[in-house]
Design a protein around this ligand. Structure first.
Ligand SMILES: *Cc1c(COP(=O)(O)O)cnc(C)c1O
Length: 377
């Protein structure tokens, strides 16, 4: 049996090696490493896949969030509503640009942003909401968009973990995660569902004016060569990464289906234990299982399980052990323990097990049996 990994990128590469090498050769043979044809091709392919007007590639997912916020040019101190239960990047860019992150509670079942709590945190200084489609499943976007519309707030979706997920409106219309709000940001970090072989990211939007502003910002605020209309950054997706992404995009639906099949098998085994709550499956979003994250019942030693699995050669992870409102970096905003009971509770009882596109039955059976062995001890 192969060594179990959280994400097995080596086996995945084996399967697409020839395709990737052929695209790499196209880049290497032309030496168009920056803004080469492969970047344009991948951009067009992703626009078609997402059914969105503009994809703007950039250097990573954190930059994608940042350049959207730069384009909006919110006043300093403006409040941006964001779940505390997310990866730090979402919060970091808000603080970095001099806006104020206003934290919002999570739902205990879906782990996504709590819409009632969101609404209660809106003030005259609020300018935007950044919902995060955590672990691969969309936040309750229809209700969120309704709240945003009523309060005149911009919606920026952090879809770094949910590329390819389908969101279905009450009227049956289905769209891709990241194309619902004013703009979406994603990451192509190697372990993401659509990952390259280094860093990469992109912005999605249907707004022409916003798209042209962001295209300028990612290129030093340049409108034409050596004419700089706004303060920008240097944030590009390089051609070799675009080559990998162009190949992997063709397999994305199959990859997400493979992750879902792994999740289904875990659900069945863990659901039967009565003490492990499998991930919630929302009625309005498919789940692309960037992570397979369960909740453990009271009395199960989560950190003990984590250590036991490590000893058995099985990786597992805690996403996330500390909520953002309690991170040292954000103490400045005055949040305290107890401010977000659900979020804090989740941080103490979640654990994520290996999930990826190349999981073998034998590997998964071992993971399941070791988890169950531990909880029955
Ligand atoms: C990975 C991730 C990011 C940041 O992406 P990078 O490409 O690593 O900068 C942002 N938000 C979430 C929720 C993520 O999971």
């Amino acid at each position: 049996m192969k060594k179990i990994q959280m994400v097995d990128l080596i086996s995945q590469y084996e399967d697409i090696k020839e395709e990737v090498k052929a695209e790499f050769d196209r880049v290497l043979d032309t030496a168009m490493f920056i803004n080469g044809p492969l970047v344009k091709e991948f951009q067009a392919d992703l626009e078609a896949y997402l059914d969105v007007k503009h994809v703007i590639p950039c250097a990573n997912g954190t930059d994608a969030l940042q350049v959207i916020m730069m384009a909006y040019n919110f006043p300093k101190g403006a409040e941006v509503l964001v779940p505390s239960y997310t990866y730090v990047a979402t919060v970091e860019v808000i603080a970095l640009l001099g806006f104020k992150p206003v934290f919002v509670e999570a739902y205990p079942d879906s782990f996504n942003i709590d819409i009632e709590d969101l609404e209660s945190k809106i003030t005259d200084n609020s300018v935007a909401i950044v919902p995060v489609h955590l672990y691969g499943q969309c936040a309750d976007m229809e209700r969120l968009m309704e709240v945003a519309g009523r309060n005149n707030l911009v919606v920026l979706e952090d879809t770094a973990q949910a590329i390819g997920a389908d969101y279905t409106y009450a009227d049956g219309r289905t769209v891709k995660a990241g194309t619902i709000g004013n703009a979406g940001a994603t990451s192509f970090f190697p372990s993401k569902n659509l990952g390259c072989y280094g860093d990469g990211g992109a912005v999605f939007t249907n707004d022409d004016e916003l798209a042209s502003k962001i295209r300028m910002i990612v290129n030093h605020g340049q409108s034409k060569r050596y004419y700089h209309d706004s303060i920008g950054v240097n944030s590009r997706l390089d051609s070799l990464q675009a080559a990998v992404l162009k190949v992997k995009l063709k397999h994305l639906d199959r990859y997400n289906a493979a992750r879902r099949a792994v999740a289904d098998r875990y659900d069945k085994a863990f659901g039967a234990t009565g003490v492990i709550t499998p991930p919630y499956r929302s009625p309005f979003s498919t789940h692309v299982f960037h992570q397979y994250t369960v909740k453990l019942a009271d009395g199960i030693d989560r950190d003990g399980l984590n250590a036991f699995l490590t000893e058995e050669g099985i990786p597992s992870m805690i996403y996330y052990p500390v909520p953002n409102h309690l991170q040292k970096a954000y103490q400045y905003y005055g949040y305290q323990k107890g401010d977000f009971e659900v979020t804090e509770d989740l941080c103490s009882r979640v654990i994520s097990f290996p999930i990826h596109t190349e999981m073998e039955d034998e590997q998964q059976e071992l993971i399941i049996s070791k988890v169950i062995e531990f909880i029955n001890r």
